[in-house]
Design a protein around this ligand. Sequence first.
Ligand code: HEC
Length: 116
Amino acid sequence: MSPMMRRIDEIMEIKIWLTFVTFTIMTMAPMQVSAADAQKGLEHARQRCTTCHVVEPGGKGSDQAPAFRTIANDPSRTHAKLESWLAHPHPPMPNPNLTRFQIDNIVAYIQSLKNP
Ligand code: HEC
């Protein structure tokens, strides 16, 4: 093989490899976005929200704000409304500055408290 051909061969190999890497990243990203984890949401809420809310039924917390179970069973508090509230709450609730992933997880947790 001429040095020129070898060079072309190497470039082709790199291109194929890059295509593979790009494809793998593109197919994995949406999976992460949609995988809301209620258990992680609970753990996070235990650390951040119990000073004002009863996070877990029967758990510790304050009654100065509605309990998460009450929130979960109020049909007017839809998934979309909970998400936008957590991104931009208004006083007296302070903004907890949650990431997109933390919001998804906490909303998944709150909704898991819905009575059947
Ligand atoms: C300093 C006290 C305080 C903390 C800490 C706090 N909240 Fe709140 N939260 C409130 C109060 C008070 C309300 C009721 C506000 C109202 O109805 O106007 C509220 C309301 C809510 C609501 C209901 C919004 C609605 O649709 O009416 C949700 C959901 C909520 N909080 C989630 C959380 C989460 C999740 C955390 C932890 C990351 C948290 N809160 C931390 C005080 C707090």
